[in-house]
Every structure is written in structure tokens, then in C-alpha cells.
Design a protein around this ligand. Sequence first.
Ligand SMILES: [Zn+2]
Length: 148
Amino acid sequence: MADVMLGRLARWLRLLGYDTLYDRRAEDEQLVRICRQSGRILLSRDRSLCARRGLQSLLVESDDLAEQLVQVVRLYWRPGTVKPRCPLCNGELQAVDKFSVEGMVPTYVWVTQEEFQRCPSCGLILWKGSHWRRIMAKLQALVMACPL
Ligand SMILES: [Zn+2]
């Protein structure tokens, strides 16, 4: 469960396959209640929120997205295949045939990309474009730079 400050982190955690809830209108009390009831871990930049009783939480240390991702991924590393989730709604993305999305994505993207994923819940179509590659390269560099 990401708090309202961590929308970008939440979107990337979903892409990395983490079941991540995020609601930018949620009040602190709601976040705490959901975490207590569901056993979800609260991610927050707010020290006092993380210190609430009966709550599993992680105080996110950095303002930098890639450093935030490294912090979370290190603590909650799950080996195995990454099954990306929808950055918008947390649905489990499904690989779809390139020809099934023709005309539904920009022509340049359709011509240059081979792998597409679709969210069965909200219909979002995704591909691993240059932004994805930049973030992943930065993540990899950060992980390599500071071994466990
Ligand atoms: Zn979706």
C-alpha cells in the first residue's frame, strides 16, 4: 500500500509485478486501516505514519524514484518471473499478440516494438519503451553500485 506521496513508486512497483494499492485521495486513517486489516505493508515518506502501532511499514528514504525502487525491491525481493501489473489499476497484465493492438497504439510504437501487454481490467496497452529501459538501466546501476 503506497501512501498519497508515492504515486510514481506505486506505478513502477506494479510494473515490476508487486501487488500495490494506491489511491491519491486516501486519508492516512484509511491507509492504516486497510493495512491493518489486509496485512499489506505501508510504504510512506512520513515517519510518524510509519510508526503507527499494529502496522507493517517501510519508511521510504529517498525522493529519487530509482533509489526508492531499489530500497523496496531489496527488502521484498521475490525470485521468479516478473508478472507485470497495470500501473493504473493494479490488474494483472497479459501478453497480447502484436497484431491484436494494431491501430490501438501510435504507429511508430507499433512498428518499432514487438511485445505488448494489455490490462484485462482497464484495457491499458503497454510496451517496454525507452522510458522503461532508462529506469531499468538506472535501477541496475544502483543495485550494482551498492551490494548488500
Ligand atoms: Zn489496468
